[in-house]
Each structure stands twice: as C-alpha cells, then as structure tokens.
Design a protein around this ligand. Structure first.
Ligand code: NAD
Length: 235
C-alpha cells in the first residue's frame, strides 16, 4: 500500500516504540516523514520537547521550511509512571499532564493552520488507561482522557474545513515505556487484571498500523473517535 505518496507527516516520539514504528510505517507507504523527539536518534530530524511552546513552534516551522506542506500529524510522544494516588507528587502530576496533554495540544495548535491548507488530519495517542482498569495512573489516565476529549473538540471544530482528528488507544504494546512499568510499592497486581489482553503482548507496529489507517483516506469518514489496539483487553 502507498497511501501517503506526496504527503508529509510529522511524527512526535519518533525515537522509540510506537512513534518510531509509525514513522517507519508511514514512510513505507510513501510519506515524507519528519520525526521529532526529546531524544536524538535514528529517524529523528529535530530534537524537540513537546512540552516547550517555542520548541514546538520551531519544529512545525522546520517541517514547513523543509517540505512546504503538512498532511498528517501523528502525536505519539508520551511518558508514564505509576503511583498510589494518595502518594502522587504534584511535580509528577504536573510533568505527566504537561508532556502528554499540554504537549499534544501545543503540537496540534501549531500544526492545524498547515493541516487546514492540505485538508490533512491528526492522529493523537491516547491509551486504554483513558477508558478504564488502570489503577495507579491518575495523572497518566487523566492526561490520556484529556487527549480524547480535546481530539473530539478539534474534530467537530474543523470538520467542515476538511480536517479530521482521531485517537489510537493502545494497551499492552511491548515498548520501552511498557517495559519500564513498575507496580508501586505494595500495589496489588490483581487490580491490573482488567487491563490485560487475553493474548500475548505485541510489538509497536500493531499500534502504528492503526495510526496509518486513521491517517489515510481509508478512514476519510472516521472523525472524532478512537480505535483501541489492545488485543481485546477492555472488551
Ligand atoms: N506501550 C503501550 O502499551 C502504550 C499503551 C497505551 C498508550 N501508549 C502511548 O503510546 C505513546 C508512545 O509510547 P511507547 O510505548 O512507544 O513509549 P516509548 O517510551 O518507547 O516512546 C515514547 C517516546 O516519546 C518521547 N518523549 C517523551 N517525552 C517527550 C517530550 N517531552 N517531547 C518529545 N518526545 C518525548 C520519548 O523520548 C520516546 O522516544 C505514548 O504516548 C504512550 O502513552 C503506549
């Protein structure tokens, strides 16, 4: 499939995991990909902390300066940590909300004027944590729920101008972020049962393929919604 020939895609979180896999998938399908990440690495055209307003503005300006257009924004960058809610430090709450939710907003805000010119679209990365069965993730789940709500707002607000916005909600994808998850001290693993898929975990290409679908014309009548890629965990 070559669904993105002639199209330019900006992918955040492109150094690792789902973002890296999404960049690879979009490029395989013909897109010119501009990858950004707070960490440098293969597939990263520019380092950018998405929680920094100026760095985000500079990154979007760099895409336009280099490629003169933007058709797809895949917001994948994000961070996770787990704490008992009554022990969650305000600094950790603020950091997670700032990167996951505010960062996603900042990139959307900077990209929308360019996406309107191409009748392009946005795929934001939420999580099954936004939908249920995730203890110890008050900040993370709130950030991902905020992404869902914000995405619906964008979808309605710009639909008549031809811009679409959707979310992928991954769960249980084997990536460095997933591997770094630790139960908080004394956390009962039974409480996580509802978040576990009835099948083995899969690699990030299984979330990347959903991002590519939502970003493609195959999904042109899909707007303001989310697709779970969780192996049936929340079913
Ligand atoms: N792996 C899963 O099971 C899973 C489940 C649900 C949602 N997600 C979401 O998928 C997205 C990708 O996660 P992943 O599992 O591939 O993790 P990952 O850690 O492999 O990749 C995340 C990337 O985001 C980058 N990043 C972090 N903070 C950043 C910042 N401030 N600015 C720019 N880049 C930043 C990291 O450097 C990293 O390259 C995240 O939003 C995560 O919440 C993952």
């Amino acid at each position: 499939m070559k669904r993105f020939e002639g199209k330019v895609a900006l992918v955040t979180g492109a150094a690792s995991g789902i973002g890296k896999a999404a960049a690879v998938r979009l490029a395989e399908e013909g897109a010119t990909v501009f990858g950004v990440d707070v960490n440098a690495g293969a597939g990263v055209d520019l380092t950018c902390d998405i929680s920094d307003e100026q760095q985000v503005a500079d990154a979007v300006a760099a895409v336009i300066a280099k490629h003169d257009r933007l058709d797809v924004l895949a917001n994948v960058a994000g961070v996770l940590r787990a704490d008992h809610t009554h022990e969650l430090k305000l600094a950790d709450w603020d950091r997670i909300i700032r990167i996951n939710l505010t960062g996603t907003f900042l990139v959307c805000r900077a990209a929308i004027p360019h996406l309107l010119k191409t009748r392009g679209n946005i795929v934001n990365t939420s999580s099954t944590a936004a939908l249920g069965s995730h203890p110890w993730m008050a900040a993370y789940a709130a950030s991902k729920g905020g992404i869902l709500s914000m995405t619906r707002v964008i979808a309605v607000e710009y639909a008549k101008q031809g811009l679409r916005a959707n979310c992928v909600c991954p769960g249980g994808i084997s990536t460095p972020l997933h591997g770094q998850f630790r139960l908080p001290k004394g956390g009962d693993p039974e409480l996580l049962r509802g978040a576990m898929p009835p099948v083995p975990y899969v690699g990030p290409e299984h979330a990347a393929s959903v991002i590519a679908f939502l970003a493609s014309d195959d999904a042109r009548y899909i707007n303001g919604t989310e697709v779970r890629a969780d192996g049936g965990a929340l079913s």
